[in-house]
Write a new protein. Structure first.
Length: 201
């Protein structure tokens, strides 16, 4: 029996390459690799009047890569950038933003009264008044953010966002950074809205 198994193993190892189709089992890799997931694309959804490529370039201060317009949804591929001060301020057509930006600067989306959803995949800083007068917020995902405003007190990041039901995803550290209490801007959201907080360790 041992000799038979040894001969069978030798035969299996030495199957000619041209016989791969006949003996597919022996040509299958036992180690499978899954391609790394691609980074999320940037997506901005508008109710109407979506921004043209030139308008988006002006708002961001650089030329975006692979601008695509599908209905009222704009996408682009850039993986490392910041949203500058007042870049999108006053755009009341924006409903949802999902961005790879690292910094959201002062008043970047000030007066964007109809934004409902914020997804910041990489943002570590969201500066003073960045979402001032975003009256319609229901989903805020800032899971990488370590700095809301220029200190841990209230800095108007979400000023005038009141009376909403909001799901807020944040790093756990933001819940204790203010002398054991939440960051002042989170306290503001808690005091003025119905909040479900998801803490990321």
């Amino acid at each position: 029996m041992r000799i038979f198994l040894l001969l069978l193993a030798i035969v299996a190892i030495n199957i000619p390459a041209q016989d791969a189709a006949t003996y597919p089992y022996y040509y299958k890799s036992h180690i499978t690799s899954t391609p790394a997931p691609s980074a999320p694309i940037n997506e901005i959804i508008f109710s109407s009047s979506p921004m043209s490529e030139s308008e988006l370039n002006t708002a961001l201060g650089f030329s975006v890569t692979n601008y695509q317009l599908n209905g009222n949804t704009v996408t682009f591929d850039n993986q490392s950038f910041n949203v500058g001060s007042q870049g999108f301020a006053g755009n009341t057509f924006i409903l949802s933003i999902s961005l790879n930006a690292g910094i959201i600067d002062v008043a970047a989306f000030d007066g964007c009264t109809n934004i409902q959803t914020i997804n910041y995949y990489k943002a570590t800083e969201i500066r003073n008044g960045a979402h001032y007068d975003n009256l319609s917020l229901t989903t805020i995902n800032i899971a990488k953010c370590i700095s809301l405003g220029n200190d841990v007190d209230y800095t108007s990041v979400f000023a005038n966002c009141v009376g909403n039901t909001i799901t807020l995803t944040i790093p756990a550290a933001l819940m204790t950074c203010n002398g054991g209490n939440p960051d002042g801007d989170i306290q503001y959201l808690q005091a003025n809205n119905t909040i479900t907080i998801i803490q990321i360790p």
